[in-house]
Ligand binder design. Sequence first.
Ligand code: PEP
Ligand code: MG
Length: 754
Amino acid sequence: MRGWNGGPRLLLRRLREVMAEPIGAQARLDKIVVQIAFNMVAEVCSVYVLHADRRLELYATEGLKREAVHLTTMRVGEGIVGTIAARAEALALPDAQSHPAYSYKPETGEEIYQSFLGVPILRGGNILGVLAVQNRASRIYTEEEIEVLQTTAMLLAEMIAGGELQSLAPAGSAVLRQSLSLKGGVVADGVALGHVVLHEPRVVVERLVAENIDGEVVRLDEAIGALRESVDRLVDRGEEAGPGEHREILQTFRMIAHDRGWLRRLREAIATGLTAEAAVDRVQSDTRAKLMRQTDPYVRGRLHDLDELANRLLHQLTGQALVASNDQLPDNAVLVARSMGAAALLDYDRGKLRGLVLEDGGTTSHVAVVARALGIAAVGSVANITSLVEPGDAIIVDGATGCVEVRPGPDVEAAYAERVRLRARRQEQYKALRDVPARTLDGVDIGLHMNAGLLLDLPHVMETGADSIGLFRTELLFMVADRFPRPAQQHALYKSVLDMVRDRPVTFRTLDIGGDKVLPYMLRLDEQNPALGWRALRIGLDRPALLRSQLRAMLRAGAGREMRIMFPMVALTAEFDRAKALVAQEVAYLTRHDHPVPTEIKLGAMIEVPALLWQLDEIAERADFLSVGSNDLMQYLFAADRDNKRVSGRFDPLSAPMLRALRSIADAGRAHGKPVTLCGELGGEPLAALALIAIGYRGLSMAPSAIGPVKAMILAADANEAAAFVTTLLGEWNGEPNLREPLASFAASRGIPV
Ligand code: PEP
Ligand code: MG
């Protein structure tokens, strides 16, 4: 090594002292650069901070001309400093001027310095700036010097993230504190203004500088030992549960936990004078920065695994809690998480939750269903959100558009506050409609029903004035449970559903698992096309004991009242016959054992598989009612995965082929005197609901929040006039991909709110 004035540990200690001094931000930065230059025997030390407009600005320097501070800027990618920021990698150059990226900034007077060492200032893998030292003579910087400069950059990252430099920057511009407008996918409707709570709080490393390096190495080794043991235990338990994705992740964890390179990097970081936890934090930040620039999904997937493991290690070392606790929640909490299970969300204090933002997780994820039931605004698929926010940041979640505003400016905040007021006023108007019958101008009554799946949903029946629960997705109760509910537990669940809605009917749907709905405690099959695979009624018929135990629990719960049960994913009339036979068997069993049974049992078939469109007469004859699962019918009709963003938006349910298919179902129901309800998301969209009424639907089941808007539409519509309009539209159809425009102008011309 060329030389140290006191060594790296002394430098860290000095810097820590400077950090604690009660002085202004600029004075602190000025002192920091002096200390670093002195200690590292460099003539120059400079700090560049990244701004929102992707420019790096010189914030402090020892050695370059003072006038250049807050004047010299460069774009990310421009010059050597810009290259370091773009690559998030250190650069050590004995002869900087011969580097192809070298760009000369005359105001700094840097031309006399030959060698250059620069490192990125990183936090959570995000670039916040660049820290550089320069020497007059050509020299080779040692690995140790590079390490030390990187460690020092951590302190600066803390200063920038803490917001201290904000006073030196133009409003809203230093990068970490900047306002961000992010776009994700809609998960649950609603608008929330609140403050960030990280579901898995980042560990705050309070002790950066090691008092005793050997002691820190021992702490690290112990923590790694404990981590390996816990991962090994998880893998062993995973093996009992059977093969599946979960186990693959655990295997990856085990691989990383035993990875020598990782351990070596951690030890090297400690050797520069860091505590064990600071070393983990630093190594992870570096790794993150490198992997985040990779486009390969496999590599990025590993980043998640690495993050998860580093996080566990940090918790091990600091003893801080792994997930946020309810007493840490502010009154208007917006949870931010990489991913979250439905059960974890249910553990939070409902009274304090306003919103949820996820890096993963789309509309159909289980946590989405729970978010909707809880009535909190939620947005998913927001890339990198957990590293872009700090706990306590102001945040706005718009669950209607998928927008997330982080640290919004006053204008944005005011605009959203107005939206919230407007929505509240509209909700009041809908509430006023609660007891008004859903009758069109020409006197046609429409049944408005509610979709539910958790006990949490049930109070909405009374609040919205829904006629019944038109679809109770029983699998949701199974999805949030830790293990397959036993018959007695199922019976209790169904009974409490019926008790809670009192005299209103409930249409229970038997287990619709498989496809994207996976029970965590059940074997996960590796199917090529899960949506076309072993799911729903197919499982029920192949495993009759499972279906029978569910039917028995339902029938017992419905003793003494009317019971409505329907079967998902019927593809053949014969399947429905078999399901009916199982119900008959269960009724016989209960009667034989002197159990009371329902006064009346109505059995329905869900129409979700296109094959049923050519068995409509037969199925309508056999069933007591039909229920159209338009979400699945749509995906199978157009052969477009409902959860695949690339194709799901390409086809429109408000199109001639879909409406013609839907019309044939309504017609068959009418011809056979069997009620038909539609219970997919389509029915909750006022414009689509208008089209459905026009083609003959008299019952729609939807999310509770959709009932008000759909009822408002019905009250202003004339069903016969709409029917005539849509009949002409479908008759004269000329190949347009959707019929939204003519339908919307029809609605607008009649003053129908859609
Ligand atoms: C449907 O497919 O439209 C439906 C109501 O069922 P799910 O969304 O639960 O598949
Ligand atoms: Mg379905």
